[in-house]
Design a protein around this ligand. Structure first.
Ligand code: MRU
Length: 346
C-alpha cells in the first residue's frame, strides 16, 4: 500500500500521527485539508509531502469554480501558496508545486488543465517509487553482509510514496540476502524512529534495535556501527545537508570514529539555487512537541518554561562521505559531482 494516493476524487493518506498503534487512512476533500495534514504531520517526510502537495493541486483544480483559464490559474497560484506555507524546510514541497504549476500553465482550457494536473500528480507519485528503487540499488552496494547500520528519523515507505530512501537502501540490501542489523534512533521529539521506523522494519522482518538518540555516539565509539544512513529535506549545491534535528551530531560522531556517513536523497531534494546550507530555512515547531509528553504520568518539565524546537539541522558537507541518489553516488568534491547527479535527471 502507498502512503498517499488519489481515491475517488479525494486524497487518501496513512495518518502517521496514529502509528504504531492505529492504522487509519485520512481522506482529504480539499487542498486546504491537504495543507493542514502536511502541517500537522499526518503525512511527513520530504518526498511524501511533495506528493501530497501535487495531489493537493489536483484537488484545488477541481475545487475551483473558474470557467476560464486565467481564473483557474489564479486559483491554483493561491492554492500553491497555501500548500507551500505548510512546512518550509523540505524543498520537495516547492519542487512539486512548481512542476504542477508549469503543467497547468502549459495546459489548454480549464477542463484540460484539471485533467493534466491529476495526471501530473499521479506521474510524480509513480516516479517517486521508481526513483527510490534505483536509489536503493546504488546505496545497497555500500552495505556488506553482516553490517550494522545506524539510521535516524523515518525515511521509509511512509516518508515517501513507497519503498523509502535510506530505509529503501536498507530494504534493498535485505532483499539481496545480506544479513544486516539496524540501530534505530528514537528521534526526539516526534519519535519518527521509535514510532514509524520500527513499525516498518518489523513488517519487513529486518533485524533492529531501538536506541535513545543520545546513545548513538556510544555505539559508534565502541565499534558497533559500520555505516550511518539518513535521508534529507534539502541539500544545498555545496553538499550541506538539512535533515531531522540531531543529524549533525550523528555526522560529527561518525567523522570522529571513522564511520562512513551517507545521506540518501532523490535529486528532487537537491536545491542548486542555494550555494550553502546557511540559506536553508529551518522550521521551528511548537513547544508542545517537547514538553507535551509525560514520564510516569508526570509532565517532564515545569510549567511556563522557555522551549526551542528547531525541527531540522544542517550537516556541513565536510562531514559527508557521499550522497546516494537515484543516479549514483556523489563523492567529494560535492559541488560538481552533485550537480552532475541532478543534471542526469533533467
Ligand atoms: O519532520 P519530518 O518527519 O517530516 O522529517 C523527515 C526527515 O527528516 C527525513 O529524514 C527526510 O524527510 C527524508 S525522508 C525520505
Amino acid at each position: 500500500m502507498r502512503s498517499i494516493e488519489w481515491h475517488s476524487g479525494t486524497v487518501r493518506m496513512i495518518d502517521q500521527r496514529l502509528l504504531p498503534t492505529t492504522f487509519q487512512m485520512l481522506e482529504c476533500e480539499s487542498y486546504e485539508e491537504v495543507a493542514d495534514a502536511i502541517r500537522d504531520m499526518a503525512i511527513r517526510g520530504a518526498p511524501a509531502i511533495g506528493a501530497a502537495a501535487a495531489f493537493g493541486m489536483a484537488l484545488a483544480a477541481r475545487q475551483s469554480s473558474a470557467r476560464d483559464r486565467d481564473g483557474l490559474l489564479s486559483d491554483l497560484r493561491a492554492a500553491a501558496e497555501r500548500l507551500k506555507a505548510a512546512r518550509p524546510t523540505a524543498v520537495n514541497l516547492s519542487w512539486a508545486l512548481s512542476r504542477l504549476m508549469k503543467r497547468a500553465k502549459d495546459g489548454g482550457d480549464p477542463a484540460a488543465i484539471r485533467e493534466r494536473l491529476l495526471e501530473g500528480a499521479q506521474a510524480l507519485a509513480d516516479e517517486d517509487v521508481e526513483i527510490n528503487r534505483r536509489l536503493g540499488e546504488h546505496g545497497a552496494a555500500l552495505i556488506e553482509d553482516g553490517y550494522t547500520i545506524l539510521h535516524h528519523c523515518n525515511t521509509g515507505a511512509l516518508a515517501t510514496v513507497d519503498y523509502g530512501t535510506a530505509l529503501g537502501v536498507i530494504r534493498t540490501a535485505h532483499e539481496q540476502g545480506k544479513q544486516i542489523h539496524v540501530l534505530v534512533d528514537e528521534t526526539r521529539p516526534r519519535l519518527q524512529g521509535a514510532r514509524l521506523t520500527t513499525w516498518e522494519l518489523q513488517h519487513l522482518d529486518i533485524s533492529f534495535t531501538l536506541i535513545a538518540d543520545n546513545a548513538a555516539g556510544h555505539f559508534m565509539r565502541s565499534g558497533q556501527v559500520d555505516i550511518v544512513l539518513v535521508g534529507a529535506d534539502r541539500v544545498a549545491a555545496n553538499g550541506d545537508v538539512a535533515n531531522k534535528i540531531g543529524t549533525y551530531k550523528l555526522a560529527l560522531a561518525a567523522q570522529d570514529n571513522g564511520v562512513p556517513f551517507y545521506p540518501c536523497v532523490p535529486t528532487s531534494t537537491v536545491d542548486l539555487s542555494l550555494s550553502s546550507g546557511d540559506d536553508i530555512p529551518i522550521e521551528e515547531r511548537p513547544a508542545e512537541e517537547i514538553i507535551g509528553v509525560t514520564y510516569h504520568g508526570q509532565p517532564i518539565a515545569p510549567d511556563g518554561i522557555q522551549v526551542a524546537n528547531p525541527a531540522f539541522d544542517v550537516t556541513p558537507h565536510r562531514c559527508v562521505t557521499g550522497i546516494v541518489t537515484e543516479n549514483g553516488i556523489a563523492y567529494p568534491p560535492l559541488t560538481p559531482n552533485l550537480r552532475r547527479m541532478v543534471q542526469a535527471s533533467t
